[in-house]
Write a protein that binds this ligand. Structure first.
Ligand code: IPE
Ligand code: IPE
Ligand code: MG
Length: 248
């Protein structure tokens, strides 16, 4: 399975990186160690996606609901994000990676927001894979923020309600200019979306893999891409064979 045909490589893969805590628990380690190991898996996933010809890789790093975790864990996760950007930004830039951040930026700590902006700004002109970091991201929160923004436009008379098409809504979300994901992978065996890209993943292929995120290696990723290549997407139409039968 070393050869992936370019035509069947998903342009956009989005991953719910789940299972860091259980990975650590299974080894008798503190949860923080699982998160730390998870960062290594992030580095490998970006490389694998780029080498396989994926154009956009979205990683769910911290959800709008993850604030419900104990303060010490939230602080570990914030610390890891800061270290990741400080340590890896130069490397990612060198790898021609373009970084985008989605999620609510209001009320982020004063030592986090500037780092996110720096990552976007530094890599803006890069032409390689786009790494979309979903940070303080929740789909319902994103949609609510977008609806508020559009409602203000309508109230100000700059937008007519008839212009509120699904394209217009897509173009107003955090993911404006980013194509919808073709494939959403969730690790750790959980089979739910946990408020991730609910609008954008309307026609995505969903894949739930048993590995905990720190165990998500290059091979696991490539296997998932090969499984995707064997899927048949219909978008509400008919499969090609059925279309032929109808036409004949
Ligand atoms: C995913 O691993 C990382 C984040 C949600 C930030 P978890 O921390 O959710 O690990 P489990 O699900 O408890 O094993
Ligand atoms: C989803 O994982 C969020 C991220 C991976 C960042 P969670 O572990 O927070 O999801 P639930 O709570 O199990 O649904
Ligand atoms: Mg989890």
């Amino acid at each position: 399975m070393n050869q992936l045909s370019p035509s069947t490589v998903p342009a956009h893969v989005a991953i719910i990186m789940d299972g860091n805590g259980r990975w650590a628990n299974a080894r008798g380690l503190p949860r923080a160690m699982g998160h730390r190991k998870g960062v290594e898996a992030v580095r490998e996933a970006v490389k694998t996606a780029a080498e396989c010809g994926v154009s956009y890789l979205t990683l769910f790093a911290f959800s709008s609901e993850n604030w419900n975790r104990p303060e010490s864990e939230v602080s570990d996760l914030m610390g890891l994000l800061k270290t990741f950007i400080r340590r890896d930004l130069a490397v990612l830039h060198k790898q021609n990676v373009r970084i985008r951040v989605i999620g609510d930026r209001a009320n982020l700590a004063s030592d986090i927001l500037p780092l996110l902006l720096e990552a976007e700004e530094t890599t803006r002109g890069n032409s390689g894979i786009t790494l979309v970091i979903a940070f303080n991201y929740g789909s319902r929160d994103e949609i609510a923020r977008t609806v508020r923004k559009l409602a203000e436009e309508v109230a100000a008379g700059r937008l007519d309600p008839s212009q509120l098409t699904s394209e217009r809504i897509s173009a107003s979300l955090d993911t404006a200019d980013i194509p919808d994901p073709d494939l959403v992978i969730r690790t750790s065996g959980e089979e739910r979306l946990s408020n991730f890209l609910l609008w954008q993943a309307a026609y995505a292929e969903l894949m739930f893999v048993p590995e905990y995120w720190p165990d998500f290696t290059r091979d696991t990723f490539r296997t998932a891409l090969a499984r995707y290549a064997a899927r048949e997407r219909r978008f509400g139409g008919l499969q090609p064979a059925a279309t032929l039968a109808v036409g004949s």
